[in-house]
Design a protein around this ligand. Sequence first.
Ligand code: PMP
Length: 310
Amino acid sequence: MAYYNSDTVLWLNGELVRASEAKMDLYSQSLHYGYAVFEGIRSYRTSSGQTRIFKPLEHYTRLETSAKALNMPYGWDRDVLIRATYDVLAANKLQDAYIRPIVYAPANMSFNKNEVSHLAIEVWEMQPFLGDKLLKVMRSSFQRPNPRGFRIHAKAAGHYVNSILASQEAKAAGYDEALLEDMNGFIAEGPGANVFFEKNGELYTPAGGNILEGITRATVLEICKEMNIPVHIKACSYEELKQADAAFFCGTAAEVIGWQRIDDYTFPKPWNETLSAGIQKAYKQRVVEDEFNEETVDTGAETERLRLKI
Ligand code: PMP
């Protein structure tokens, strides 16, 4: 997939620059040691035609929390970054987009702290992440990183080596995605999404501590509250999952995506008859509703203004 072309613009340390001309230091501590933090955010064309970023404050708050968890200098203002993100979307004429802010380190081959960090915001057109069909999921041979070895609540680049290994293993074995367990053998999450399962009209999801507690997971919990669906947030075993009626992954890119089976166990309830399918529908509606998004932007006018600067 082409993430950018000669017209693409990104935001780098406060300026809009052409993606094809933007430079990064090959001596960066981030490249060599996976020492960077990032976000995955979605924008949508809402039902009224506006461009809206879904939960931008939550994402930029997590970016700051992640940077601080890794001792990376961080002085950016959330509102400025949200504004900048709308600017990048407008400059690239994108509404349904994936947004990737990344905080990275300068040249530094030691393990010492840095005096500065860099921040880039890249956007590209959203492609289906896991698709719309029900997933075949494989219990991974990889565990999620040990929370005593990593700041697991941070969205740190280095953690994703684990995600890549697990996802590639599952795909090589003919599955769509992996499910990883934590160091204690409880189910944890997917390589880039949280997990829920449904049993007898109630939902279950792993508790925090060994997972990235996603912003989509929080939205699913809000939806469950509104729909009066009981949710158990607790340590969940693989055996419990294998007795469930249905299961799904949720994440910013994946949204809510149902499972067909885990390993040799096919979920018995037809997806359309599950509460999970109702949650999926509610999520899809929520992300394009104007009332859940704070800020609007007239994309056309913004583009004109920004073109003058580039
Ligand atoms: N877990 C992992 C490991 C992830 O990479 C993601 C995607 N950011 C999630 C969970 C879901 O988080 P969110 O809903 O905030 O995108």
